[in-house]
Design a protein around this ligand. Structure first.
Ligand code: ADP
Length: 193
């Protein structure tokens, strides 16, 4: 069975997590942020070590362990009754993060829409990331070199997903707006799905 899925796509700091968390509170939507799944791992576990090694440098974790971890998270969420694949729409944030991951998930996801959170103000993105680094103690946003690297990888590896899934599925959302305005625009699109 393929999961009915909405993807949240956008640069680090564009607000995917903020919107995803809100959408996840609506009945029949299940929010899954891949970064949160990684951060919930024990630091001394094998995958936890791999995550720290890559994320502290601003790099993506290799595809195989990422997809494996994600699959087991979804399985556990289903078994524990938090995710109901038959009736829920999956709101994915941070996965797939590149074309190879999208290929690997082709048989698993039925992507019905992509909300592309477009942020034109790079300074605003960087400022949000730096604020979050302090608040959430995140190594990946702690220094400017790592932030720059993350933004570069987003442009090179994640943005091509828009082409991969095709224009018909993509809804462009102006992420320069306030969180409430962004949410309003997302909900307007959701209504039409
Ligand atoms: P942001 O939303 O700020 O980009 P995330 O919380 O989604 O950050 O991810 C934090 C880090 O976790 C990433 O920089 C990366 O190292 C790792 N990560 C998260 N999702 C993936 C993924 N799908 N593939 C590879 N690495 C990932």
């Amino acid at each position: 069975m393929k999961y009915r899925t909405i993807l949240l796509l956008g640069a680090p700091g564009a607000g995917k997590g903020t919107q995803g968390k809100i959408l996840g509170t609506i009945p029949n939507f299940f929010h899954c942020a891949c970064g949160d799944v990684f951060r919930s791992l024990k630091h001394d576990s094998d995958v936890g070590q791999v995550f720290l090694e890559y994320s502290s440098r601003g790099q993506l974790v290799p595809d195989e362990p990422t997809i494996q971890l994600w699959r087991s998270f979804i399985e556990t969420s289903t078994k524990t009754g938090r995710f109901h694949p038959e009736q829920d729409t999956l709101v994915l944030d941070g996965i797939p993060r590149n074309v190879p991951q999208a290929e690997m998930l082709k048989d698993t996801l039925n992507v019905v829409s992509i909300f592309y959170l477009r942020c034109t103000k790079i300074d605003q993105l960087v400022e949000r990331l730096q604020r979050r680094a302090l608040k959430e103690n995140r190594l990946d946003d702690a220094n400017m070199d790592v932030i720059r690297k993350r933004l570069k990888i987003y442009e090179k590896e994640t943005k091509p997903l828009l082409e991969f899934y095709g224009k018909k599925l993509v809804r462009r959302i102006n992420a320069d707006q306030t969180p409430a305005e962004v949410l309003f625009d997302i909900l307007k699109c959701l209504r039409k799905l």
